[in-house]
Design a protein around this ligand. Sequence first.
Ligand code: ZN
Ligand code: ZN
Length: 272
Amino acid sequence: MINFSAITSSTHSYNFHTHTQFCDGHATIQEFVEEAVNRQFKHLGFTPHGPLNVESPCNMSRADVVPFVNEVRRMQAIHASAIHIYAGMEMDFLNTRQFTELTQSTMAAQLDYRIGSVHFIPAFDDTDQYIDIDGRFERFKPKMSLYFHGDIEAVVKSYFNQQMLMVETGGFDIIGHFDKIGLNASLYSTGIDQQPWYDRLVINLLEAILDHGYIIEINTKAWQQHNRFFPNQKYFPLLKKYNAPIIVNSDAHYPALIDSGRPEALQLLKLC
Ligand SMILES: [Zn+2]
Ligand SMILES: [Zn+2]
């Protein structure tokens, strides 16, 4: 297991959430490594969206897991003197059975670490479909009437319920962007994330995360466009108060964005 707290307390020159052409990223592992080395990063972790049995163009295939790890190891050997490179995975939680199976079926690949993330919730009907609610708002909005009867409060509650089940299931090291639904939900219904019931969902989840000892990702992907971190910066003082283990990741899909929003988040954390 990587000693994340030793890394994050000794340097800010890292990113442990990166997507390449092995899933929905837009560059090769080599291109990301070159960018990171140019920026004098000391640690770079790759986290393709893990294989899923539901239709999803964003996720890697099962056949690609071992070639992905091999390519990371090959790059590590070439760049060993400049940077530490790690093979991780961003694992989607659909349900306890699927998540446990995914953890077990990828064990042989000897990943260095895993991020657990929720991007899907079950449709509000009896079709057993899981709907991606993580994408851009233009894609999210029509799904509200198609799959969720327009009930945004129920969508938010279902999302946090999925997170809670994932936390209880385990099999990962870092919890990814744990209140990301807050962005699409507040674009759909302004101020929904300011409601007391919403806050309680976040805080209950945060306490469960801490009880289980996961590292909390502060995800900076939306900072440039939406001035919002995941978790929302309004929770930073609480993270500090709880002395939560934190890692600041850009969730980059392009090499140029490898550090996007990270200096701002790190600066804000320092001021809390
Ligand atoms: Zn994600
Ligand atoms: Zn990601």
